[in-house]
Design a binder for this molecule. Sequence first.
Ligand code: ADP
Ligand code: ADP
Length: 231
Amino acid sequence: APIIQFENVNKWYPSNGYHVLRDINLSFAKGEKVVICGPSGSGKSTLIRCINALEEYQEGKIIVDGTVVGDDVKGVDRVRREVGMVFQQFNLFPHLTVLENLILSPTWVAKMPRNEAIEKAMAQLERVRIAEHADKYPLQLSGGQQQRVAIARSLCLTPKIMLFDEPTSALDPEMIKEVLDVMIGLTDQGMTMLCVTHEMGFAKAVADRVIFMDQGQVVEQNTPEEFFNNP
Ligand code: ADP
Ligand code: ADP
């Protein structure tokens, strides 16, 4: 069974009636790496935010690892424990150190002894090669380093699924590569990864599939090879 499934999903924003997702039918296999691209405003961000219930949808069904998203609060909790998310803005707490940003997250630290939480957090910081900055504050780091911290924070959940929403869009060009390298380094762990991005480096290097959206619809799906060879 697919780990994520969209069945006839429709969403509009009640505030302005904007029909942002139109009849979305998609499924993602466990471990699949998918890039979602398309013009600004085409619904990419909304699509992935529906997966972990950051957005509601009006029609259809989204099933994440056997749980229907949106049915009840318990289901939402279960899904959020399995889904890590990285945003364009790193969303780190500026008044906490890098390490504190990781270990003060209640979702994974709950009831864990402090030493164990620190050990786990340091292991994730090492995985994104930022452990030496554990005691610094986010604003002492470059944008690329801050995004790596945000990735490490998501990894603390040991998520089955990672969602990336324009993870390199706020970065200077020289920092994009270090974040891409970290993301590419995560692809051998069997985690399902969906990435909304204009940056095609990730797609070319590791994606199994590229999805192109326009005006709330999926208008093309292909392997990267086919996608980049068919202008
Ligand atoms: P992006 O394309 O990077 O997602 P947007 O500028 O479309 O950025 O949206 C930025 C934020 O503003 C998002 O959280 C989005 O949900 C919200 N937003 C976008 N359009 C509207 C709108 N018409 N009314 C209210 N909020 C909006
Ligand atoms: P993309 O990620 O492809 O840029 P989004 O999913 O962010 O697209 O948004 C698609 C469109 O939906 C936006 O251009 C905006 O018009 C509308 N939208 C997004 N967020 C909101 C919101 N919170 N309220 C109302 N409209 C929104």
